[in-house]
Design a protein around this ligand. Sequence first.
Ligand code: PLP
Length: 428
Amino acid sequence: MKKLNSMNKEELLELINESQKKYDSYKSKNLKYDMSRGKPCPEQLDLSDGILDCISSTSGLKAGDGTDCRNYGGLDGISDAKVLFSQLLEVGVNELIVGGNTSLNMMYDCVSRAMLKGVLGSDMPWGKLDQVKFLCPSPGYDRHFAICEFLGIEMITVDMNEDGPDMDTIEKLVSEDASIKGIWCVPKYSNPQGITYSDEVVERFAALKPKAPDFRIFWDNSYTVHHLTDTPDQLKNILESCKQAGNSDMVYIFASTSKITYAGAGIAAMGASEANIEFLKKQLGIQTICYDKINQLRHVRFLKNMDGIAAHMKKHAAIIRPKFDIVLDILDKELKSGGAAEWTCPNGGYFISLNTMDGCAKAVVAKAKEAGVTLTGAGATFPYKKDPRDRNIRIAPTYPSLDELKNAIKVLCVCVLLVEAEKLLAGM
Ligand code: PLP
């Protein structure tokens, strides 16, 4: 196909005609596909059903150090879980809290406690200041942005490059503005691009000189073991880098097993300096006596160690890799030659990020919905749901079956062509 932006009127009209026919035919099939969220598919969840057989009244419900998991105690997690999660998060066992069922909840709690009470080193609670701001590398994870919006934290959009966020802007902004208290980062296989931050970016994060002494990096390493290939991306250790730069208290690291075992019924953990963890445990102890240690125990028994996690993640990859391949293959066939869009080819994670021509994403998502394909709302990957160029669409390939996915992406491609060709024609 000729490049869309070099087509003349007749060629665009022909493309519109052809695409409209395809679109109408998809529409008549009454499709009903939901690709709005990055959820594991049932086959992935089946992989973890063994977790339900790992504990029973006869298997013993004591952790490695003899803690009775049926009782209160152990606010920061059972000993065995602390060993496993310290390896997953690459922090020491004293630099860790193994928590409840989701990391989003842990992140929300951290931000809301900071608003109410401040963090280690705060002069006053963030919420008592005239203004609190977070930097939001975007496109990014919509639920991070929702936390800020809900708690009244002003969001500043920062561009994403191929090796991570635009560090020049971040360095400048945090060094000048004391009301900037935090930044959201998904440093490995980012949501939605699948980008992993380069060593240089991690080092520049660790060496930030924020004007706010209580500035925190929210390092959401959700996809740390979620590789799609045998040549996984490597992410430099942020806590170690922060220690070397004399900024050991500047980072909170988060991860969970939501997309390792059961989504919503996994284990979340956070890592930070020992001083941060001691401070946080005092606050946390008001909120809960302890988390669900029975779930921690069965996770440790099921996953065992990092080799166990790696082997388990290979089984996930075997299920979802073909789905990513199909999406990439169809995008290549349908959109590449016409230059209608650009997209990422991630080495891991849960998403593919697609950019249409400027000003088209909303219309594409709406058109796809009309034909029965629900995508993540256009704009959702930006603060306040406002994509300044209205071009980003998040594709979540994991949940639908291969057949559903094939149809859904073909519908998406037809919608992209139709909307873009109509826009170009209207501008002639
Ligand atoms: N962080 C990121 C970047 C995610 O993409 C997701 C889920 O999509 C989560 C966190 C949610 O994790 P959890 O289930 O542990 O709250």
